[in-house]
Design a protein around this ligand. Structure first.
Ligand code: SF4
Length: 313
């Protein structure tokens, strides 16, 4: 998921990076200007990035129920699955980095080590899944994802050491796995949670990577836009690009699509408007009401529309 193919690298370096460097971003919409409007938060409330960016409930009533009505429900299967996939991928990257430090440029030892670690990563994360049926499905899908990651890592590893046979472990780690996973950042300057966690941050050139395990939605760009603002507010360097990675299974066949996007003024403003609207909803305790259509995966269906069945959105 975190490895770009040659085609993707060409797209990134030949098109998106030059575009992102040319792109004009209004100074008012750079995260480092968090002390003045429109970035300055209007209310003393901290939201998570997903609370701001999620539009699965078109009215945001899920946020109202959770933050105002205090209704905290256990995660449903879609959420448990998403957490599981994020967690195994993050574990895999961390263990791979540690193993490269131990085995250096010895690919055989590294491969053996990681092959033996995959079942342990799965086992550790499956312990958090209660439903036996879901555990079985997640185990199979998780194995497919990690096998794919291992093959990608070995390819990237081989490519790197063939170019630089005398490379040291530190440089090797940086070149093979140039991502920081689950980067913890403090979003409080922008009215966001002080304990945010970004899926991955590509470190050659600032690119926010966001993994998605469901179908594509137009609001998915808002999460990375929020992280770009937070990184800019903390570190004062520009973040102009993101990559949405869509992972799905078609008849057990793993499908991965990567979409690069520029973090333009328009998406920055969309994120800020969502933040302001949702902060106001929480601060003024406004119930936004029930929309015409709800997702059949929403965990609040029984509260909002007991007894009714809705189309998937
Ligand atoms: S059930 Fe419908 S209204 Fe209630 S939170 Fe979910 S999507 Fe929103």
């Amino acid at each position: 998921m975190y490895f770009f193919s040659n085609e993707e690298k060409e797209k990134l370096t030949g098109f998106f990076l030059p575009k992102s460097r040319e792109m004009q971003v209004s100074e008012d919409l750079r995260g480092w200007n968090w002390t003045r409007p429109p970035l300055e938060p209007m209310y003393d409330i901290n939201l998570t990035i997903s609370e701001v960016s999620s539009r699965y409930c078109p009215n945001g009533r899920d946020l109202f129920l959770r933050r105002v009505a205090g209704l905290k429900l256990p995660p449903n299967e879609v959420m448990v699955s998403g957490n599981f996939f994020h967690s195994i991928l993050s574990d895999f990257v961390i263990i791979s980095k540690k193993s490269i430090f131990v085995f250096g440029n010895n690919l055989n030892s590294l491969t053996k080590e990681l092959q033996s670690t995959i079942p342990l990563i799965l086992e550790r994360n499956l312990k958090k899944v209660e439903s036996p049926f879901l555990r079985k499905t997640l185990e199979e899908k998780g194995r497919a994802i990690l096998d794919y990651e291992l093959r990608s890592l070995c390819y990237r590893f081989q490519e790197t050491i063939s170019r630089q046979p005398n490379i040291g472990a530190d440089s090797l780690v940086f070149q093979v796995l140039p991502v920081v996973v689950e980067q913890k950042v403090d979003g409080s300057r922008l009215g966001l949670s002080p304990f945010l966690s970004c899926d991955a941050f590509y470190s050659f050139e600032p690119v926010i990577i966001d993994l998605k395990f469901g179908s594509k939605r137009d609001f998915h760009i808002l999460g990375p836009a929020g992280y770009a603002l937070v990184f800019e507010s903390l570190f004062s360097f520009p973040v102009n690009l993101c990559c949405l990675v869509y992972v799905s299974f078609l008849q057990d066949q793993l499908k991965i699509e990567k979409e690069f996007h520029l973090i333009s003024d328009e998406v920055r403003m969309r994120f800020i408007e969502e933040r302001d609207e949702k902060m106001r909803m929480v601060y003024e305790e406004i119930d936004p009401g029930v929309p015409n259509e709800c997702s059949r995966y929403c965990q609040y269906l029984s509260q909002c529309q007991p007894g009714r069945i809705f189309e998937d959105r």
